[in-house]
Ligand binder design. Structure first.
Ligand code: ZN
Length: 113
């Protein structure tokens, strides 16, 4: 499962950050997971408790932002929201576009005690 490796690497990165400043625990964790990132949020929340059990994140408050997918048409430069990366422009129907938001998969902020 893709989400399992995503969560595993998040835990690893956070652990490294905590070690760097010799922190004790993580109070809050802010993530950004775009709607086009390929992460299935129901699976994410399913594997999350298993992956944080007994480690540095076991008592952490989790905040997840899920930015909408957004694209700019390569033909007419219309900006539009997309649900799938193959959606075409609502103005001119062109399939050619640049994805400008929604692919985020990152740790925004870690609050360490
Ligand atoms: Zn267009």
């Amino acid at each position: 499962m893709h989400e399992l490796s995503v969560v595993t690497s998040i835990v690893k990165i956070v652990q490294q950050e905590v070690d760097k400043i010799k922190g004790k625990s993580v109070l809050e964790l802010y993530l950004e997971i775009g709607k086009l990132s390929g992460v299935e949020m129901s699976s994410f929340y399913f594997v999350w408790p298993q992956c944080i059990n007994g480690n540095i994140l076991s008592n952490t408050k989790l905040f997840v932002e899920e930015p909408e997918g957004k694209a700019r048409c390569a033909e007419c430069e219309t900006e539009f929201y997309i649900e799938k990366s193959f959606d075409s422009c609502p103005n001119c129907k062109s399939p050619f576009k640049e994805i400008i938001a929604g692919r985020e998969l990152k740790i925004k902020k870690i609050i360490i005690k």
